[in-house]
Design a protein around this ligand. Structure first.
Ligand code: HEC
Length: 135
């Protein structure tokens, strides 16, 4: 991606952010630490763990595209914090559970204005995931 392209993506992501701006950099670090081993450095579903997983990790850059242009906020939150367990996350996500309940309470705003309660850590992660959506 060119520098200009990156700047545009970043600017769009900032505009999409709710007033209580989450920390995209913190979210990026969380992603690297907790998610990239399966979902991959570029979040396209091709991390090093992919080879040994029976169910292949989802491409996290097409969440918005697959949602018909709307980031599926509620589903993503539930899948990260384990309220909506995935077979593949089932034994993994509860391990993250404690961490993802840290960072205070936050509400994040969906495109339709609905506010969803989550933790600061998840809010940051979501802010990062929103910046990497393909358009
Ligand atoms: C142990 C490997 C592994 C780790 C670590 C992991 N995931 Fe996943 N994830 C998967 C697999 C495999 C799927 C696909 C499961 C399915 O479709 O049933 C998936 C699916 C998802 C989905 C569902 C996508 C959709 O369209 O609903 C989301 C969101 C997601 N992961 C986010 C994350 C985030 C964020 C992290 C880090 C906090 C993470 N995952 C860490 C393996 C992993």
């Amino acid at each position: 991606m060119t520098g200009k392209g990156a700047a545009i993506v970043f600017a769009v992501a900032m505009m999409a952010e709710p007033a209580a701006a989450a920390d995209i950099e913190a979210g990026r670090e969380t992603y690297w630490r907790y998610c990239s081993s399966c979902h991959g450095e570029m979040a396209e579903g091709n991390g090093p763990m992919r080879a040994v997983l029976m169910v292949k990790p989802a491409d996290l850059t097409v969440l918005t595209a697959n949602g018909g242009g709307v980031f599926p906020l509620d589903r993503v939150i539930r899948r990260i914090d384990g309220r909506d367990p995935l077979v593949s996350h089932g034994s993994e996500m509860p391990v993250y559970g404690d961490f993802f309940h840290e960072g205070g309470r936050e509400t994040v705003e969906a495109e339709d204005g609905t506010r969803v309660a989550t933790s600061g850590a998840v809010a940051d992660l979501l802010a990062y995931l929103r910046t990497i959506q393909a358009r």
